[in-house]
Design a binder for this molecule. Structure first.
Ligand code: ARG
Length: 253
C-alpha cells in the first residue's frame, strides 16, 4: 500500500516537471525581435536546424546540418518566433558546406546557404554582424533555437527559446570533462555554458551571440546541459576569410 502511494506520488511529480518544461535547458520563450537574425531551416516544411541571417540572401549554419542535403528540398523561415508559421518562407538556391568538415571530429562545422529570393529585412528579420576577434573567456553570450527542451525529451517547442551563457576559451574547455574523456576541443571551436543552461538537439546551426555579434554556431555537445560538458560551437571569428570568399562565390552564380 505504502509503496504504491510512493509510486503515485513519483508519477505525479514526473508529469509535473514535464508540464513545467516550457523552459528548455533553462531557456525562456522570446520574441523574434530579440533575435531577428534567427531562422529555422526546414526540410519539406519541418524544422531541423537553426541558422543566422548574414544578408538578405545569405544564411550561415552548421555543416553537419547540410551533409547529404539537397538544396531543392530545403527552405528557411525568417521573421517569426514560430517555426511552423508566420514570417517569411524562402526556398534555398544553393548550399556550401566547408570542404574540411569532418563528421568524426566535428571540425570546420560551418556552411552557407544562398536563398532563391532575398528576404525583406526589417525589425523582425535582421542580419547579424560578424565578430572582429575571438570573444574573450567569460564574456556574456546567448544562444537561441527551437531545439529540444531537455536531452531526453522528444517534445519540441513551437516558440523560439533563448538562454544566457558564458563564453569559455577552447583551452579551458579542453580541460573540462571533454579532455578527460578523450574529446578534442580545437581552436576552431569555442565553448559556452552557465549553470545548467545549454543548447540541445535541433538548435544546431543556430546563433551564439555576444555583444550583438555572431561569435558561434551551435555545433555539438555531450548530451545537453550535462555537468562538466559545455556546449561546443564553431568559432566564427576563425572563419572570417572563408565566409567572405564563399559569399562572393555564392553571389556570383
Ligand atoms: N548537434 C546538435 C544538433 O544537431 C546540437 C548539439 C548542441 N548540444 C549542446 N549540448 N550544446 O542539433
Amino acid at each position: 500500500m505504502r509503496i504504491s502511494y510512493l509510486f503515485l506520488l513519483l508519477l505525479l511529480f514526473s508529469t509535473m516537471t514535464v508540464l513545467d518544461a516550457n523552459r528548455i535547458v533553462n531557456g525562456v520563450p522570446i520574441d523574434i525581435r530579440e533575435a531577428p537574425w534567427q531562422v529555422s531551416i526546414q526540410k519539406y516544411g519541418f524544422h531541423f536546424c537553426g541558422g543566422s541571417i548574414l544578408s538578405s540572401q545569405i544564411i550561415v549554419t552548421a555543416a553537419h546540418c547540410l551533409i547529404n542535403m539537397d538544396a531543392k528540398t530545403l527552405s528557411i523561415r525568417a521573421g517569426s518566433r514560430f517555426w511552423k508559421n508566420g514570417g517569411q518562407v524562402m526556398k534555398v538556391a544553393k548550399i556550401k558546406a566547408h570542404d574540411g568538415f569532418s563528421p568524426k571530429k566535428y571540425l570546420n562545422d560551418i556552411a552557407l546557404m544562398r536563398l532563391a529570393r532575398p528576404l525583406k529585412l526589417g525589425p523582425l528579420a535582421q542580419k547579424i554582424e560578424l565578430p572582429t576577434s575571438v570573444p574573450s573567456d567569460g564574456s556574456g553570450a546567448s544562444v537561441s533555437g527551437w531545439g529540444l527542451l531537455k536531452a531526453e525529451s522528444r517534445e519540441r517547442p513551437t516558440i523560439l527559446q533563448a538562454v544566457k551563457l558564458r563564453i569559455m576559451d577552447y583551452r579551458k574547455c579542453q580541460k573540462t570533462k571533454y579532455g578527460q574523456n578523450g574529446y578534442l576541443i580545437s581552436r576552431q571551436m569555442i565553448c559556452a555554458s552557465l549553470n545548467s543552461n545549454d543548447a540541445c538537439q535541433g538548435d544546431s546551426g543556430g546563433p551564439l551571440v555576444s555583444r550583438k555579434r555572431l561569435v558561434g554556431i551551435v555545433s555539438w555537445g555531450k548530451g545537453c546541459a550535462s555537468l562538466g560538458f559545455p556546449g561546443v560551437y564553431t568559432n566564427v571569428a576563425y572563419y572570417l576569410k572563408w565566409i567572405s570568399t564563399e559569399i562572393k562565390k555564392l553571389t556570383n552564380c
